[in-house]
Write a protein that binds this ligand. Structure first.
Ligand code: UGA
Length: 478
């Protein structure tokens, strides 16, 4: 891949980029920059994480990431480090990718961002561009700026060379810096693909130098670059996630109406989605959205709106519809099995979506919780997320068991519930599954299987908003 060579705007050969925070955003981003030719310092104060990265083992599952990690540890272009100060001191461009978890009141917890701003302030040894990549409420960049200004004046400045932070107690005029906003739009499970093939890059900047540096970094990706002010750029990210969440809750609400009137939500989604003003994507009905982004970002945007006196009714409704999805699925299960106490239920899928081992805010885990509450015996399987799920729900033999395959989990079960849309589940030999079950009830919480094929295989099949589709019409809607 072509590297950036513009000396005025930075050179991958000479200058390292620092990426602070080696989580789901920071690590793919750091490896992406390394692949573009930059020398990348991937810094995190979580010692375990850095130690593991140094051994060459990715800290979480993400397609293509392990290969990139191996490649750029070997090329020397990716250097994991615990020394956050030194990474900042060595770089001109510093990407902030630390976590912004949710506080109890729904607002984003920005304590890690604040701490990083202070660390940057004490390592301000020359011009730096501080790029906020984590998802944050509008006006956070402004606060980062003020924090750096304040602490750069009051804390000892770093004047180390070659990346070593040798702090002196000399106070004086702090070097110039810029803060920029450059929200990430990476989807877990596609993060590497998304990095190299973005639909757009958004940059919020306040100076030509900041814009030029970021344009030079992203120019090889050849996609539209939207240049805005800081707050607009921050709000673009929250609006994008809120809009996508709204699409999902909208189609889920329609799916309940479909169930009520005997219509088919997949066809409704296709019928409306072919209108380019609506679009086909993010109209898959099911058990709702989870993960570390949508639920938390929605709450943070609601908080931000209400803080400014802006009614947030639409966003609250999106959240309410999403929370009700598990109950809709449980109602279907109760309808099929009547009493759940003592019934063996196989849950296929624990990750919040396919191609990741991430279970944060996973709707699948909420299903497991409901099943346990009702006294069901749960039999769990996921291609990637079992180790993570075991941390939340430890094995309890005969009550909660993990299995090595979907077939094993389904054997002897009274019902199978599909909670994550893994491709592997589409390809199962469902006849074989049906024959191994005690009672052949199949609840497809993600609408991944063909209803008539499943009924032909002998299942009592239920899905989300497709119950009423007469088999004879199914073919003509494809
Ligand atoms: C989301 C956004 O899609 C990314 O653009 C953004 O960068 C990221 O959040 C972030 O803010 O960091 P992600 O959380 O990885 O990405 O996952 P998505 O693919 O968006 O899926 C989120 C949830 O929605 C999953 O639980 C998925 O199963 C669910 N979903 C998605 C549906 O229920 N229906 C759909 O049609 C699509």
């Amino acid at each position: 891949m072509a590297a950036v060579r513009d000396r005025k705007s930075g050179s991958p050969d000479k200058e390292p980029i620092a990426v602070l925070g080696m989580g789901h955003v920071g690590l793919p981003t750091a490896l992406g920059f390394a692949e573009l030719g930059w020398q990348v310092l991937g810094a995190d104060d979580a010692v375990d994480k850095i130690d593991q990265l140094k051994t060459g083992k990715a800290t979480f599952y993400e397609p293509e990431m392990q290969d990139l990690l191996t490649k750029h540890l070997a090329s020397g272009r990716f250097q994991p480090t615990k020394d956050v100060d030194a990474a900042i001191a060595a770089a001109r461009v510093v990407f902030v990718c630390v976590g912004t978890p949710q506080r109890e009141d729904g607002a984003a917890d920005l304590s890690q961002i604040e701490a990083v701003a202070r660390t940057i302030a004490r390592n301000l040894n020359g011009y730096k561009l501080v790029v906020e990549k984590s998802t944050v409420p509008a006006s956070t960049a402004e606060r980062i700026k003020r924090t750096i200004e304040r602490y750069a004046r009051t804390e000892p400045s770093a004047n180390g060379a070659n990346g070593r932070s040798t702090r002196s107690a000399v106070k004086g005029a702090a070097p110039r810096f810029d803060v920029a906003s450059n929200p990430e739009f990476l989807q877990e499970g596609k993060a590497i693909q998304n990095f190299f093939h973005p639909e757009r890059i958004v940059i919020g900047v306040e100076s030509d130098q900041a814009r030029e540096l970021l344009e030079a970094i992203y120019q090889p990706l050849k996609c539209p670059i939207v240049v805005t002010d800081l707050a607009t750029s921050e709000l673009i990210k929250h609006s994008a996630n809120a809009f996508l969440s709204t699409k999902i809750s909208f189609i889920n609400m329609i799916s309940d109406i479909c169930d009520a009137v005997g219509a088919d939500v997949s066809s409704v989604a296709r019928g409306i989605g072919l209108d380019p003003r609506i679009g086909q994507q993010f109209l898959s009905a099911g058990i709702g959205f989870g993960g570390y982004c949508f639920p938390k970002d929605l709450k943070a945007l609601i908080y931000l709106a209400e803080e400014h006196g802006v009614p947030s009714g639409i966003l609250r409704a999106v959240e309410e519809v999403n929370l009700r999805r598990i109950e809709v699925l449980m109602e279907k299960l109760r309808h099929a099995l009547w009493v759940l106490q003592g019934k063996k239920v196989a849950v296929l899928g624990l990750a919040f979506k396919p191609l990741t081992d991430d279970i944060r805010e996973s709707p699948a885990l909420r299903v497991v919780g409901e099943l346990l509450k009702e006294g069901a015996v749960v039999r769990l399987y996921d291609p990637e997320a079992i180790p993570a799920a075991q941390q939340v729900y430890p094995e309890a033999a005969g009550r909660l068991d993990y299995f090595r395959s979907a077939y094993e989990a389904a054997r002897g079960a009274h019902a199978v519930v599909i909670t994550t849309e893994w491709e592997e589940f589409r390809r199962l030999n469902w006849k074989k599954v049906q024959e191994s079950m005690e009672v052949p009830v199949l609840i497809d919480g993600r609408n991944i299987l063909d209803p008539s094929a499943m009924r032909d295989a002998g299942f009592e099949y239920f899905s989300m908003g497709r119950g009423g589709r007469p088999a004879v019409l199914a073919a003509s809607t494809k």
